[in-house]
Design a binder for this molecule. Structure first.
Ligand SMILES: *Cc1c(COP(=O)(O)O)cnc(C)c1O
Length: 409
């Protein structure tokens, strides 16, 4: 049987207090409310949900009517082409989910045992796990406190002769400043593999995320800005990377002979059904991104005046797509983040706490024992995100903002 990594919270000492307990239960069950249709209902506001109001149904039915439901079929290449174009990249390689997109990118670049990949400790578990799946070691850097992205000034000190890649994560939709990352990578001959699971449509000085690093990995999970239910894609401007990734995604069948394998491949294929949803979503790419930005502007206008609430930033060179509308609850708010979360749940408002950093995860704790990343730890203690779906109405946003203000201690 697989062994469970155990980490007693007492072992963390003073840090134990920053680890959130399970999310509070909402007063209303999600299943009873079709939230998208029931826009004005205040009985339950989910933290996120998809918005499928384009040609999704038509395209999925076309797959079924035409009998093309596996990973062959026109929607795959149409989706790859349309989505990569939206991201300013020449090539797209669709795959089963965002996590395997990350793993596939690293495997395609030949990263494996004995190698090191630099990632932020403040991220979702898939970033670190994708590195671990290859046999390489994730090397951590702290977050910076304005964008919650990795602190670029700390990267160089972590580069060793084993380092092969830097893996920035565009956290909650705010892009990482890619210029200094590309410069560091050039100087040390490293690959840049971006985790853009949360950043569809984000821009750095007018350049879209997706066409900047060697390979950029997107997720299309149901809560992401563009969704296929489950799905992912690598975008790249390198024909070589695209061609090899597409082959390794599909068991690495060789061109010479079928059932002949010269690379270790995987089955990381996406189905035509998923791609059908993805193409319909991508046709509304700009609209889905702009809704997130408009909703964020509405939230910020109402939340910024509340003492003790820190609203998310957009640095002058960046286009933040506000995948999740994130706030920090400071001490002068009067009640803790956990208490605010509980009080909002009582009003039917679903929220999520920020990531728990990688160095405090039971599965990674031993590997980084004794290392401290104070900014990430503080974000873990103070951060949460509010309902962020594209389906939110201005009335629901106002209700959430009023509720935050009313909960103040
Ligand atoms: C969602 C997400 C992933 C994983 O994507 P899946 O499609 O769920 O596998 C990876 N990294 C980050 C930062 C994410 O938010």
């Amino acid at each position: 049987m697989r062994k469970k990594a155990s980490l007693e919270l007492q072992e963390l000492g003073a840090l134990a207090s920053i680890i959130p307990s399970h999310e509070p239960e909402l007063k209303v069950s999600i299943r009873t409310i079709p939230a998208a249709q029931d826009a004005l209902s205040r009985s339950m506001i989910p933290v996120c949900e998809p918005m499928l109001c384009g040609r999704e149904r038509e395209y999925v039915l076309d797959c079924i009517d035409s009998n093309w439901i596996s990973s062959q079929g026109k929607y795959i290449w149409k989706f790859e082409e349309a989505f990569s174009r939206c991201c300013g990249a020449k090539y797209g390689v669709a795959c089963a989910n965002g996590t395997v997109a990350l793993h596939l990118a690293l495997a395609t670049l030949g990263i494996g045992a004995g190698d090191e990949v630099i990632i932020p400790t403040f991220t979702m578990i898939a970033t670190a796990n994708a590195v671990s799946y290859t046999g390489a070691k994730p090397v951590l850097v702290d977050a910076e406190s304005e964008t919650y992205n990795l602190d670029i000034s700390q990267i160089e000190a972590k580069i060793t002769p084993r380092t092969r890649a830097i893996m920035p994560v565009h956290t909650y939709g705010h892009p990482v400043d890619m210029d200094p990352i590309l410069e560091l990578a050039r100087r040390h001959s490293l690959y840049v593999v971006e985790d853009a699971a949360e950043a569809h449509g984000a821009e750095v000085r007018g350049a879209r995320i997706g066409g900047i690093g060697d390979a950029t990995c997107f997720s299309f999970y149901a809560n992401k800005i563009i969704t296929t239910g489950e799905g992912g894609m690598i975008t790249t401007n390198s024909e070589e990377i695209a061609r090899l990734a597409a082959n390794v995604r599909d068991h690495a069948f060789s061109e010479e002979r079928h059932f002949w394998h010269q690379y270790m491949g995987f089955n990381y294929r996406m189905t035509n059904l998923q791609a059908a949803v993805g193409l319909a979503q991508t046709e509304r790419f700009d609209e889905l991104v702009e809704i997130r930005r408009r909703n964020a502007a509405l939230y910020s206008a109402q939340l910024r005046p509340i003492p003790g609430i820190v609203t998310p930033k957009e640095l002058p060179w960046a286009k933040n797509v506000f995948w999740m509308y994130s706030i920090l609850v400071e001490n002068d708010f009067g009640i803790s983040r956990d208490e605010l979360q509980r009080r909002l749940a009582e009003r039917g408002i679903e929220t999520r706490t920020f990531f728990i950093p990688m160095h405090l995860q039971p599965i990674y704790y031993e590997a980084y024992r004794g290392q401290r990343y104070p900014v990430s730890e503080e974000l873990c203690r103070k951060g949460m995100y509010l309902p962020s779906a594209a389906t939110l109405t201005p009335e629901q946003i106002a209700f959430v903002a009023e509720s935050v203000a009313a909960c103040r201690g």
